[in-house]
Design a protein around this ligand. Structure first.
Ligand code: SF4
Length: 454
C-alpha cells in the first residue's frame, strides 16, 4: 500500500464512525425537513448542540467535488457540508476550528452505494487542510442505527426510543400536510401551518425527549392535528389518491425531487408518500430475519457458540421491532381519532406480498423490497396511481421499475417513473399532468382508494 492510500485508509477508519458528541456541534443534513428538525430537538434534549444544515444551496460545490458517477443524494449532501463549512469559516475567521464539529451521515449496508457516501465525503474533506479535523459521525443499518459510542450506553438506549418516536411523529406531520394541502380553504394555509407545527413539535421533543415523556408530546400532536384539520375545506370533493414510493432521500427531499408532491397536487392529486419509519422498521426486521436464518444454519452445523449469538440477536431485534410497532401503533391510533391519515405498511405483510406473487425477495435486500411490495399494497387498496421517485441510475429503483411496470400496465393502474439528477426536464410537468389525467379516469371508473393500510 503506498503512502497516500494508507493515509486515506487511516482517515476512513479514524475519522468516520461513532464519536463522542458531547461538547461538539452536531450538523444534521436535511433529508425530510421536519424529521431533521425533530431529531435535532431530541439531540438538544440530551445536551448536544445539534443544528439542521441548510440544503441544496451548495449543489454547485457538490457537483464540483464529485465525478458525476455518484448517486445524486451524494452530490447534494457533499455540497451541503462543503458550503456549511465554508460559511462557518468565513463567519468565524481565525477562531474557526473544524474539530469542533461532527457531521452526521448514516450509512446502509447491502449491495448499494449509500454505504460509500461518507467514505467519499471523507476523501473530499481531506483535500481541504482546514477540514481534516471535521469528523463524520456515522450510524449503520448493520446494527439498526445504534448510537452506542456517541452517547453513554443508557443515553444511547433512551435516544433510540425517543429518536424512533420522532421519526413516526415527523411522518405524521408530513402526512398531515399532504392530507390537508390539496383541500385547503385558503392558498398557502397548509404550508404556513405545518412550518409552525414543526417548531411546536421540535420544542416538545427538546423539552421531553431525553426523559422519554411521550404523553406531553402526544398531547401537543393532538392539538396540531386538530388545528390542521380545520384547514380542510369540506366542500372540495375527494381527489385521486396517489401513492409515492422510491429511494428514501429523493422521495423525501423536496428540493431534489423538484417538489414532485406539490406538482402532483397542482394537477389534482392527493398523495401518500412511503414513510421514513418504514425504512427504520425494515432495517430492524431485516436484522431479525438474518439472525433467524443464521440460527437455523448454526443448528444444522451444531455450532453452539454461533447458536447463542444468533439467539441473542434474534431476541434483541425482536424486542426492538415489537417496541417500534407498539410506538407506531400508539401514535397512529391517537392521530386517526382526529383525522384519517394513512397508516404504515407492516413489514411481515410486505414480505408476504412479495412471496405470494414470487416477484422479489427480502433475501436480495435494498429498498426495492419496500418499493415493489408497497406499490402492490397501494394497488390492493385501490389507489388511483403510483409514482416511483428516485435518483437517476439508482439501482434498487430501476429494479422496482422493471418489475412493477408490466404489472401496472396489466392491471391498468396509472404508473409513473420519476428519476431526478438536478437537471430540469422540459417534459416533466407534461408527463405528470398526463399521469394525473389517467389517475382521474381511474377514479371515475373505480372510485377512490382508502388511506388505511394496516
Ligand atoms: S439506493 Fe439508489 S441512490 Fe441510494 S445509494 Fe443505492 S443506488 Fe444510490
Amino acid at each position: 500500500m503506498d503512502r497516500h492510500s494508507s493515509q486515506t485508509f487511516r482517515s476512513l477508519s479514524e475519522k468516520v464512525g461513532r464519536f463522542r458528541l458531547t461538547g461538539k456541534k452536531l450538523l444534521i443534513p436535511q433529508m425530510n425537513r421536519i424529521g431533521g428538525h425533530l431529531l435535532a430537538g431530541i439531540f438538544r434534549s440530551f445536551g448536544i448542540d445539534a443544528h439542521v444544515m441548510e440544503t441544496y444551496r451548495g449543489l454547485d460545490l457538490g457537483k464540483e467535488f464529485t465525478s458525476g458517477k455518484e448517486c445524486f443524494p451524494c452530490q447534494v449532501t457533499t455540497g451541503d457540508i462543503l458550503l456549511y463549512m465554508k460559511e462557518e469559516k468565513e463567519r468565524l475567521g481565525p477562531a474557526f476550528d473544524a474539530g469542533n464539529y461532527i457531521y452526521f451521515m448514516p450509512e446502509a449496508g447491502g449491495p448499494c452505494r449509500f454505504g460509500m457516501y461518507n467514505k467519499h465525503q471523507r476523501i473530499v474533506l481531506d483535500t481541504f487542510p482546514e477540514l481534516q479535523d471535521l469528523k463524520i459521525g456515522s450510524l449503520t443499518s448493520k446494527d439498526s442505527y445504534s448510537l452506542e459510542g456517541m452517547l453513554d450506553k443508557e443515553q444511547a438506549r433512551s435516544f433510540r426510543k425517543a429518536g424512533y418516536f420522532s421519526v413516526v411523529v415527523a411522518d405524521v406531520l408530513d402526512r398531515l400536510l399532504w392530507r390537508i394541502r390539496p383541500y385547503e380553504k385558503s392558498r398557502g394555509a397548509a404550508d404556513a401551518f405545518i412550518e409552525k407545527a414543526m417548531t411546536v413539535m421540535a420544542d416538545a421533543f427538546e423539552a421531553h425527549g431525553a426523559a422519554l415523556r411521550f404523553d406531553p408530546i402526544l398531547d401537543a400532536l393532538d392539538a396540531v392535528i386538530e388545528e390542521g384539520k380545520g384547514i380542510i375545506d369540506p366542500a372540495v370533493p375527494p381527489k385521486p389518491l396517489i401513492g409515492v414510493v422510491g429511494e428514501i432521500y429523493l422521495r423525501t427531499h423536496v428540493q431534489s425531487n423538484q417538489d414532485v408532491i406539490r406538482v402532483i397536487e397542482k394537477f389534482g392529486g392527493e398523495v401518500v408518500n412511503a414513510s421514513i419509519a418504514e425504512w427504520v422498521n425494515y432495517t430492524t426486521y431485516d436484522r431479525k430475519r438474518e439472525a433467524r436464518i443464521g440460527l437455523r444454519l448454526s443448528f444444522k452445523q451444531l455450532r453452539v457458540k454461533k447458536i447463542k449469538e444468533h439467539l441473542k440477536s434474534l431476541l434483541g431485534y425482536g424486542i426492538d421491532l415489537s417496541y417500534q410497532q407498539m410506538r407506531q401503533n400508539q401514535v397512529y391510533k391517537r392521530v386517526r381519532a382526529h383525522l384519517d391519515l394513512a397508516e404504515d405498511h407492516r413489514l411481515d405483510r410486505l414480505e408476504n406480498v412479495l412471496q405470494e406473487d414470487d416477484l422479489y425477495s427480502f433475501d436480495v435486500g435494498t429498498e426495492a423490497c419496500l418499493s415493489i411490495s408497497g406499490i402492490l399494497e397501494y394497488m390492493h387498496h385501490g389507489y388511483n396511481g403510483v409514482v416511483n421517485v428516485y435518483p437517476f441510475t439508482c439501482m434498487p429503483s430501476t429494479i422496482t421499475s422493471s418489475i412493477v411496470k408490466p404489472i401496472m400496465n396489466r392491471m391498468k393502474v396509472p404508473y409513473l417513473d420519476a428519476p431526478y439528477d438536478g437537471s430540469y426536464q422540459p417534459g416533466r410537468e407534461a408527463s405528470i399532468r398526463t399521469f394525473m389525467y389517467q389517475a382521474q379516469q381511474h377514479l371515475n371508473k373505480h372510485g377512490r382508494g382508502s388511506e388505511s393500510h394496516s
